[in-house]
Design a protein around this ligand. Structure first.
Ligand SMILES: [Zn+2]
Length: 90
């Protein structure tokens, strides 16, 4: 069953291209910029053990939830603006 698995992160290197995760690809097929960007984003994760990765997943879920709330607030603000605009006689 496909879930967010920290196991996948640690085995990516041997399995397939670490950047796009395709087995028919390798990271050297990507531009140097893409490789550097990958290292910047995920390089730190490589040395981590499962419990450290699990902590990051929990942290990210929390941040995601916060971002979702922010978005809902913005959406209702935008809705409010639309209603204001609709109520005005121009
Ligand atoms: Zn690739």
């Amino acid at each position: 069953m496909p879930t967010i698995s920290t196991h996948n992160v640690s085995t990516l290197n041997n399995m397939s291209c670490k950047i796009c995760k395709r087995s028919s690809c390798t990271e050297s097929f990507h531009s140097l910029e893409a490789q550097e960007e990958w290292d910047r984003l995920y390089g730190d994760l490589q040395g981590m053990d499962e419990s450290q990765l699990q902590e990051i997943v929990v942290e990210l879920r929390y941040e995601l939830e916060e971002a979702r709330k922010d978005m809902e607030e913005l959406e209702s603000e935008i809705e409010g603006l639309h209603e204001d605009a609709a109520g005005e006689d121009i």
